[in-house]
Design a protein around this ligand. Structure first.
Ligand code: FE2
Length: 252
């Protein structure tokens, strides 16, 4: 599904593009190649490949897979995509690299998810080698596109937002950090914390985002900053006497 000349939605179970459950999987076309943002659960990589090819691209031409965070609906498919395309997989250095490569079930919160009916009892997370960990504030170029990575803790320690200019628009691919309408990704799950959101979300202030490409739900190519600002405003209205936040674990 073409969103703009350089951005395509090629996976996601909400749109029926892939079965999963998958978060949105975006393809970005740069001046020098193509790359994906997020991988989905990996149950329907054939469907993902079909969608990529329907848009006129070769699946094997995908050079990089950027992961917004380690959660299953964004990252579990990374291994199969990497195996089938040979692409490089990049994810946050802040716990994400460890979790995707070799996180234990306990670290991944899988027993908790199974106990609360979020995952089937036979669910298995699929680990994937990571070619590069990304640090907060890093700027790098993929396929001719300059990308700034912003680590926004709150939804998870490793949540990364990818900021880039495409088609004259300032675009933010923000995973589960913020959704359209200013909804934050606060869930009852390990590593998700409203105290951390108080620390992380203000990093998205005053970015002048045009296109907001979240991991779920509605996306927009106009005034995406409004959704971010609404989320920050709502967060500010929540009294936090000690917004200390979780200490980012150096052991993960
Ligand atoms: Fe998530």
């Amino acid at each position: 599904m073409r969103i703009s000349p350089s951005v395509y939605l090629v996976g996601g179970s909400q749109e029926g593009l892939t079965y999963g459950p998958d978060g949105h999987i975006y393809l970005v076309k740069g001046s020098d190649g193509i790359f994906l943002i997020d991988a989905g659960n990996g149950y329907d990589v054939d469907g993902l490949k079909h969608n990529v090819e329907e848009e006129g691209f070769n699946f094997s031409d995908i050079t990089h897979l950027l992961i917004t965070h380690h959660h299953t609906d964004h990252a579990r498919g990374a291994k199969e995509i990497k195996d089938r395309t040979g692409c490089k997989v990049w994810i946050s250095n802040n716990t994400g690299k460890h979790l995707l490569e070799k996180g234990t079930d306990e670290e991944l919160g899988i027993p908790y998810a199974k106990a609360h009916g979020m995952y089937a009892q036979d669910y298995v997370y699929i680990h994937c080698p990571v070619d590069r960990g990304i640090d907060d504030g890093e700027i790098f170029t993929i396929a001719g596109v300059s990308i700034t990575a912003i680590n926004v803790i709150g939804h998870s320690y490793d949540s990364l937002c990818f900021l880039m200019n495409l088609d004259g628009l300032k675009c933010l691919f923000n995973g589960d950090t913020v959704q359209y309408g200013g909804v934050i990704g606060l869930i009852n799950y390990p590593m998700c914390s409203i105290a951390d959101y108080h620390i992380g979300l203000p990093k998205l202030k005053d970015l002048g985002v045009d296109a907001l490409f979240p991991g779920h739900g509605v996306l927009t190519i106009k005034n995406g900053q409004a959704a971010i600002d609404a989320a920050i405003k709502q967060l500010d209205s929540i009294f936090m006497p000690h917004s200390v936040g979780q200490t980012i674990s150096s052991t993960l």
